[in-house]
Ligand binder design. Structure first.
Ligand SMILES: NC(=O)c1ccc[n+]([C@@H]2O[C@H](COP(=O)([O-])OP(=O)(O)OC[C@H]3O[C@@H](n4cnc5c(N)ncnc54)[C@H](OP(=O)(O)O)[C@@H]3O)[C@@H](O)[C@H]2O)c1
Length: 358
């Protein structure tokens, strides 16, 4: 049995659909609204069980996980869920894949919380996820002088994703207006009205040195990594800044306090989307050292729906875990997925408009 928690969401619906199509086992769909989960079940190519579950209720969560080989968690807010669902999955003898969590969730499982035979993979979406995985194609066997990451576009935020965007603050998540240069975090200015390959309009690129980008820099030996969140206007960065000014300690704030600010982020994204239409671009460029062996210097992925694409990545990650190709322990998807195999799988995917490695 494969348990898909959050199966009615923007990410979860696609993850459930792709897992059903893989035929890797029976599916159990979970969320607080069982009727909505039943509607999703109706759309799947094979029968699926529906279980009502609120992940904040330990008994309901235990019942949901019981009998699963793997629990695929697409519910959030991921930076509040952290290791909660992973621990319930382990208690039921299941492996685990999570749409987010990053180092904060992985750290929460340190000190022996992962049973000896069990595997957990966090951050198995587009960002975090593909944003840390795909640049590795540019660094294989030849550490670059500089690696640039540009991710974004004009997607409408779901309210839950907007809450998570507010929670990407603090040392375990990233450093705004910063780059990684020769082992140190250094200041980096935003780019305004810049034309970038793959982006249909001039865009604004705001530096955000995620922990994922820092890990990438350390693992691929890049002298410098510049990582940007890309927007079609300054509305979303301004909505986020206003929220952080009003609620400086977002991690201590109750979700109810964050909701009005999340609504402003959603509103900003709706306005961006109205002006430009939906698009999502992941652009990675490498500048090699002089004399480095020849190899690709640019990866470009474009899509319309980044949430659905995250669902595809979740299903690919779950398939990799089920095939026994991820060792026991807690990992981030970017560290354990094979970048070449992922590109091969995504290139033929109808949700990917373009994927080139040049
Ligand atoms: N890594 C990435 O690239 C990436 C990309 C997109 C999104 N995300 C993250 O993925 C998560 C889901 O985003 P989304 O846009 O798909 O959100 P969404 O459309 O609101 O879907 C959330 C899903 O989780 C369920 N859910 C919410 N709270 C729950 C709870 N307490 N217990 C059980 N189920 C619950 C919802 O169903 P009910 O309301 O019926 O419970 C729904 O099925 C967010 O945390 C978001 O930040 C990550």
């Amino acid at each position: 049995m494969i348990g898909v928690l959050g199966a009615t969401g923007a990410v979860g619906r696609t993850a459930a659909g792709r897992l059903a199509a893989l035929g890797a086992g029976g599916l159990r769909l979970g969320g607080r609204d069982a009727a909505r989960a039943a509607e999703v079940a109706e759309t799947l190519p094979a029968p699926a069980e529906v279980v009502r579950v609120d992940l904040t209720d330990p008994d309901e969560l235990a019942r949901f996980c019981a009998g699963c080989r793997i629990v695929v968690n697409c519910a959030g807010p991921t930076y509040r869920v952290l290791d909660t669902v992973a621990r319930a999955a382990f208690a039921a003898g299941a492996d685990y894949v999570d749409i987010g969590g990053e180092l904060a969730a992985k750290d929460a499982l340190s000190g022996g919380a992962v049973p000896r035979e069990r595997t957990a993979v966090f951050s198995a979406g587009v960002m975090p996820g593909l944003s840390g995985l795909l640049p590795r194609l540019l660094a294989k066997g030849r550490p670059p002088r500089r690696l640039d990451v540009y991710v974004g576009g004009a997607a409408v935020f779901t309210p839950l994703s907007a809450v998570d965007a507010l929670l990407t603050r603090g040392p375990r998540f990233g450093v705004p207006m910063a780059a990684w240069r020769e082992g140190a975090v250094t200041p980096l200015a935003p780019l305004h009205g810049v034309r970038l390959p793959g982006f249909p309009e001039p865009v604004h690129a705001w530096p955000y040195l995620t922990t994922e980008a820092q890990t990438l820099a350390a693992e691929c030996g890049a002298d410098e990594v510049r990582s940007y969140n890309v927007f079609v206007s300054d509305r979303i960065p301004h909505a986020l800044s206003a929220a952080w000014a009003a609620v400086p300690d977002v991690h201590a704030a109750p979700i109810e306090t964050l909701r009005p600010y999340a609504a402003e982020v959603v509103r900003a994204s709706v306005l961006d989307n109205a002006g430009f239409g939906a698009f999502y671009v992941m652009l990675f460029t490498a500048r090699p050292h002089r004399g480095a062996p020849a190899g690709p210097t640019r990866v470009l992925l474009t899509a319309v729906d980044s949430y659905a694409l995250s669902g595809v990545v979740m299903a690919l990650t779950a398939r990799t875990v089920l095939a026994g190709r991820v060792p026991p322990g807690a990992h981030l998807a970017a560290e354990v997925l094979d970048p070449d195999a992922t590109v091969t799988a995504l290139r033929d995917d109808p949700l990917v408009t373009q994927l080139s490695v040049d």
